[in-house]
Design a protein. Structure first.
Length: 566
């Protein structure tokens, strides 16, 4: 008994130590290069994107298409043809823009499609299986990028992706483990075996012939192959056979949309981020604008006061997200009012360092003139000076788990990002309102936050993250880590993160790198600390332009992420 007690004391003490900040470390520098860089979730995808620039002379937009498609091959966990995403760019001439290639609800979708006869939310229905699938936007997005900004022929850009799928890639240990973990779920959902059904181990070669064939057809026939051609036929027949509701008309109607990005200042930084239907840019602007009022550098990194300010600003931003935000093609969003410093100053008025605000005491504000875990982000800079931040997703890990053996890819479960029933949390615990209710052809609200930052009128940082609702707070902390706490890009993405999203009223913290005394202080002020449910908060990939013009990559140590450049 005594031995058991001693053992428990030792285990407890070592757990506590896990959350202790380690001694002052030497800054860790990421990969540093002179001209061009790609940082993505997988080395193969980063290299394919880089070679498009280095060997073929393409620009960052060509590299984006190659990287996005390569992620569909080598990172099917989130990379996709069956999903969608957002991209923010800044050209070498300083022009900025944003592309929305988010999925849409099918035309046959209805507001109550995930409710039973008694009006109860059947949560699994919006998450797993073909009814969870939104109309995919990725292929339309890549062709829209190509049409407006591409410089190389599409066939040339897609060629290395076809080779990658046909000749295969070597699995990392994490990837082999993940495929094996999910294989029984894929079989159950699809009622059939697939290439994922084998027992995989590290360094096994993974070939996806069906996906190579799909890419070959897209390379030859272009965008219409996916939305009207043979691929469209296979896709619709396949999903229909599984009681899905996406039709050929849904596919042929799909368009990617160029949007005005959300632009705001944080001190002397100009931040360019994603507009609705992502909540990313607005929430980021709300949080940073509120934080700007406080000397958080003096408070210290991940110290009680700096954490309190960020937590309280986040609480208020996510409350507004829940009420105001949805697809701008369907709902009026008071963007300017929501991010105006005057409005945000008022939102923080009740905040006191003495005691946590409770989320029940916070609802959406009243802005003046009223008339936001599985995704992947990559950042690219080319030698011409173009910069890209792109985040793409299937929503959950492997999306709906629906996999077409004939097409070689998974389908998203993005329908869960709608508010299926007011007051019911989605898979990220987000509570949505009427603005994000399901309607045919509507885009579901996102948290994706691809972001470009300028300093002194020049490109400074490209940044983004996966992580559902945690994307926004991950991006925000990464920017602050570099700007306020002078971290290198690599240290900034590696630094332990925390997250608050209004509801549930708790502060999620990663289970390492936080000082136990800091967490105790926050607890004493009424903050509910949860370090059990977020082993990982975000997985940031970013590029920072250093004062001497070189580029530093920040490839998140939480994954297999890789920065390459020249
Ligand atoms: N599917 C996660 C997001 O868009 O926020």
């Amino acid at each position: 008994m005594r031995t058991l007690f001693l053992l428990l004391v030792i285990v407890f003490a070592s757990c506590k130590n896990d959350r202790k900040i380690s001694e002052v470390k030497k800054p860790k520098l990421g990969v540093v290069v002179d001209s061009a860089m790609v940082v993505s979730a997988r080395a193969e995808a980063s290299r394919i994107g880089l070679n498009i620039m280095k060997e073929k002379g393409g620009n960052a937009f060509d590299a984006m298409i190659a990287t996005e498609f390569a992620l569909a091959v080598v990172f099917p966990y989130a990379g996709n043809l069956g999903g969608g995403g957002f991209m923010v760019y800044r050209t070498q001439y300083g022009e900025v823009g944003a592309l929305d290639y988010r999925e849409k609800a099918p035309m046959a979708a209805t507001k109550d499609m995930y409710l039973d006869d008694n009006g109860n939310f059947i949560s699994n229905k919006s998450k797993t299986g073909s009814l969870a699938v939104g109309v995919p936007g990725t292929v339309a997005g890549m062709f829209a990028v190509h049409e407006r900004h591409g410089s190389l022929p599409m066939e040339e850009i897609i060629a290395p992706v076809i080779k990658l799928a046909a000749e295969g890639y070597y699995l990392t240990a994490a990837q082999a483990k993940r495929y094996n973990k999910y294989a029984p779920i894929f079989e159950e959902v699809n009622d059939s075996k697939s290439i994922y059904s084998n027992e995989w181990k590290e360094n096994d070669l993974f070939v996806n012939t069906a996906l190579a064939e799909t890419f070959k057809r897209i390379a030859v026939n272009g965008r219409q192959e996916f939305y009207q051609g043979k691929t469209a036929d296979i896709l619709v027949n396949f999903l229909s056979s599984k009681k899905g509701i996406i039709t050929k008309k849904d596919l042929s109607n799909y368009e990617a949309v160029w949007r005005e990005p959300v632009i705001f200042n944080y001190k002397d930084l100009k931040i360019i981020s994603m507009a609705p239907p992502s909540s990313g840019g607005i929430c980021l602007a709300q949080i940073l604008n509120a934080v700007e009022e406080f000397p958080i550098a003096a408070y210290g990194h991940n110290q009680p006061r700096s954490m309190q300010v960020i937590i309280e600003a986040s609480r208020r931003a996510y409350a507004d997200r829940s009420h105001f935000l949805g697809d701008p093609d369907f709902v009026e969003i008071p963007v300017d009012s929501l991010i105006s410093p005057n409005y945000l100053k008022g939102r923080m008025q009740e905040f006191s360092f003495d005691q946590a605000t409770t989320s029940t005491a916070i609802s959406n504000g009243t802005p003046f003139g009223q008339e936001s875990t599985e995704t992947t982000h990559y950042s690219i800079v080319d030698s011409f000076g173009n910069a890209i931040a792109a985040t793409t997703t299937l929503n959950a890990a492997f999306g709906s788990k629906v996999y077409s053996n004939e097409l070689g890819f998974f389908f998203n479960n993005e329908m869960d990002d709608f508010s299926a029933k007011p007051g019911e949390p989605n898979m990220f615990g987000l509570i949505g309102g009427e603005a994000n209710a399901i309607e045919p052809q509507k885009r579901m609200l996102s948290s994706m936050t691809p972001t470009i930052v300028e300093k002194n009128g020049e490109f400074w940082m490209s940044v983004g993250s996966p992580g559902g609702s945690q994307i926004i707070t991950s991006v925000m902390q990464t920017i602050l880590n570099v700007y306020e706490y002078d971290m290198t890009m690599q240290d900034a993405v590696n630094a332990p993160r925390f997250h608050h999203q209004w509801l549930p009223d708790e502060v999620m913290v990663e289970n390492y790198g936080f000082d136990e005394d800091v967490l105790k202080t926050l607890t004493s002020k009424g903050y509910q600390i949860n370090y059990n449910d977020a082993p990982v908060i975000g997985k940031v990939d970013a590029i920072l332009r250093k004062p001497n013009g070189s580029l530093e990559g920040g490839a998140d140590h939480r994954g297999d992420d890789t920065a390459v450049g020249f």
